[in-house]
Design a protein around this ligand. Structure first.
Ligand SMILES: [Zn+2]
Ligand SMILES: [Zn+2]
Length: 116
């Protein structure tokens, strides 16, 4: 089951009987939002953060939610655009012009090189 926005708020402000708009604000989230899928109005307790970056309702979250608060708060890891792995990505400098060098990411699994 995916975590809700409220689960995340709880992890920031601690366990309480009642969570207010201020608690949400302190956690950097809104107390009300809209579902990306069906546009229903949802509140922190029934809003699920999805990997798309938008909130979804319980019906629309599907498999796009976060299993744990730690997953939700982890810095977005780069995923290989070719094979999708996130485990074996390294940062390299590549030559992008006669005198230009830029950072690029390289996938250790399939060899794909890309820039973010
Ligand atoms: Zn929905
Ligand atoms: Zn790859």
């Amino acid at each position: 089951m995916a975590i809700t926005i409220l689960d995340y708020v709880k992890s920031v402000v601690g366990d309480k009987d009642f969570y207010t708009a201020e608690d949400c604000l302190a956690s950097g989230v809104d107390i009300l939002g809209g579902c990306q899928g069906c546009h229903a109005t949802i509140a922190a307790y029934n809003a699920y953060p999805s990997t798309s970056g938008y909130w979804r309702c319980a019906h629309c979250i599907g498999n796009d939610g976060y299993a744990t608060v730690a997953d939700f708060t982890a810095p977005a890891s780069a995923a290989c655009p070719s094979c999708g792995t996130t485990d074996n990505i390294s940062e390299n400098r590549i030559t992008t012009g006669e005198r230009a060098e830029e950072y690029a990411l390289e996938c250790g699994d399939c060899g794909e090189v890309w820039q973010q």
